[in-house]
Design a protein around this ligand. Structure first.
Ligand SMILES: O=C(O)C1=C[C@@H](OP(=O)(O)O)[C@@H](O)[C@H](O)C1
Ligand SMILES: C=C(OP(=O)(O)O)C(=O)O
Length: 449
């Protein structure tokens, strides 16, 4: 089982030459998970190009197989899925082990939980700590039975679905695309309309893909910044082709690395620029970063651009809480950028960071402390006092707590610190960005494992 994690493998980065060159980061993790899931739920064949072959997505693929999909890998990133259609899922013979993946497990609770089969979900020590009540509550209202659960509504847990789900209208208690998506996916097996109300708009990949596969989805404004998303249940989803754009959350690492490493000039090709994902770029531009959006074009229904990034003098800013959904996974790397800025950066409203792969507020703060960066946590805000370019680094190995983004963020920091930075374990990087270390080395980075 994946919760028995192997021996930790420390990784060290150190400052060296400027970063130069062009690179393409792997496919978007959110779209990759959903490609597998929609492939399972469609009738006929789905073809995927540019799938992220990270551990999280491979777990979702395995789960889809266990639920009846025929899945083949034809070439790197090129996959074919034979779907079973909504209502056609088969009961898996074993536990669905999602490893480290919140997205995979939560979306699949909506998919498998909405069918009249019994499914058990589990994951690693990190996933076993993450809250699942936020998914189970709406599913129960839709007629799903929680057969068993670990204390506090956590995995391992077992669901049994009804023949059809009950259509509901539900306001999500947190700005979370995972909650929204689990409900909409469960609503696919419902005879009526399922409506999700979100007070703040979150990434809309599920809505876009529902339409792409043939479902009817209406989106209306809700409140000041929110949306009401209504799905007509029991559509026939048809197998489709998906081209997965590069993941902006992965691009964030070479992007910040180039900004903080003197003399750097890097182009990151084909990065998805969905406005619900570009909060980090917006913030860095406000801080004075040199980031050019070149060659903007449409790829697979999303706007993508090549980002030319040059080393820049950054200035501290206040990042409003309202921007959090558009950059939720990018706060650890923003904290690194803020450490090198002139002045103070205040990141507001970060409560959701406490329930990611680790408590990211605590993990970032602990890492900053090791590296000699002055910072505070005030309520849900993280305040980083930048050093105007000089960050000590060194300290004891940074504790990554099974969190890929903590590992990559502090390895990026070490590329520009006075002393090397070591993270205690690089293994989890493979969950979302397996080629991170080789790609960074190609740009000239010194990273040793
Ligand atoms: O829907 C998705 O693909 C994701 C939603 C976000 O989680 P929340 O919904 O918990 O905010 C994000 O942190 C995660 O990496 C991917
Ligand atoms: C929060 C993340 O992922 P997940 O919730 O899918 O584990 C992430 O990738 O930063």
């Amino acid at each position: 089982m994946s919760h028995a994690h192997g021996p930790a493998s420390p990784v060290t980065s150190r400052s060296g030459k400027a970063l130069k060159g062009r690179l393409r980061v792997p496919g978007d993790k959110s779209i990759s998970h959903r490609s597998m899931i929609f492939g399972l739920l469609a009738i006929g064949e789905t073809r995927v190009e540019g799938l992220l072959e990270g551990d999280d997505v491979l777990r979702t693929a395995e789960a889809c197989r266990a639920l009846g999909a025929g899945i083949t890998r034809e070439a790197p990133g090129r996959w074919r899925i034979q779907g079973v259609g909504i209502g056609g899922l088969t009961e898996p013979s074993g536990v669905l082990d999602f490893g480290n993946a919140g997205t995979g497990s939560r979306l699949m609770m909506g998919v498998a939980g909405s069918h009249p089969i019994t499914t058990t979900f589990d994951g690693d020590a990190s996933l076993r700590k993450r809250p699942m009540r936020r998914i189970l509550d709406p599913l129960v209202r839709m007629g799903v039975t929680v057969v068993s659960e670990a204390e506090g509504g956590r995995v391992p847990l077992t669901l049994r679905g009804p023949k059809e789900t009950i259509p509901i209208t539900y306001e999500t208690p947190a700005a979370s695309a995972q909650i929204k998506s689990a409900i909409l996916l469960a609503g696919l097996n419902s005879p009526g309309k399922t409506t999700v109300l979100e007070r703040e708009a979150t990434r809309d990949h599920t809505e876009r893909m529902l339409r792409h596969f043939g479902a009817t989805v209406e989106v209306a404004p809700y409140g000041e910044d929110g949306r009401a998303i209504t799905l007509q249940g029991q559509p026939e989803l048809r197998g489709s082709t998906i081209v997965v754009p590069s993941d902006p959350s992965s691009a964030a690492f070479p992007l910040v690395a180039a900004l903080i490493t003197p003399g750097s000039d890097v182009v990151i090709e084909g990065v998805m620029m969905n406005p619900l994902r570009t909060g980090l770029v917006t913030t860095l531009l406000e801080m004075g970063a040199s980031i050019e959006r070149l060659n903007e074009r449409d790829e697979g229904g999303e706007t993508v651009a090549d980002l030319r990034v040059r080393a820049s003098r950054l200035t501290g800013v206040t990042v409003p809480a309202a921007r959090a959904p558009a950059m939720i996974d990018e706060y650890p790397i923003l904290a690194v950028a803020a450490s090198f800025a002139e002045g103070t950066t205040r990141m507001q409203g970060l409560h959701e960071l406490r329930v990611k792969e680790s408590d990211r507020l605590a993990a970032v703060a602990a890492g900053l402390a090791e590296a000699g960066v002055t910072h505070e946590i005030e309520g849900d805000d993280l305040i980083v006092h930048g050093s105007g370019g000089k960050v000590r680094g060194g300290g004891r190995p940074i504790a990554t707590h099974l969190d890929h983004r903590i590992a990559m963020s502090f390895l990026v920091m070490g590329l520009a610190t006075q002393e090397p930075v070591t993270v205690d374990d690089g293994a989890m990087i493979a969950t979302s960005f397996p080629t991170f270390i080789p790609l960074m080395r190609e740009l000239g980075a010194t990273i040793q494992d």
